[in-house]
Design a protein. Sequence first.
Length: 122
Amino acid sequence: MMTGKLSKAEGLLLALTGLFLCALLALAGRDRARLAENGAETEVSVPQEAFLPEAAPLDLNRATAEDLTALPGIGEALAERIVAYRTEHGPFSSPEELMEVSGIGEAKYAGLKDRVTVDPGS
């Protein structure tokens, strides 16, 4: 029958567990303080170019919607709008014309301009 009292072994284990948890909290606090002192960042943003392989620029007049989704910031819906724009207005005359497509402004184009081209013969 249980009387509600801890045995010596249970009390010792409980005390050691408490000490262990306190030590972990102290170490975590010390590590955070060191990171703050050293100015270390916990999050690092990596430019997309750092992990995307170098590839030849994509010809806007020949690219399929699937091809276009490989470009940074171009999802399926935007790729379909690019293809629809090309179908409605004819071939792109310059890469800058991409900004005429709904959803592509100056900022998005700036991220794409080195990855797209327009072949005059296409």
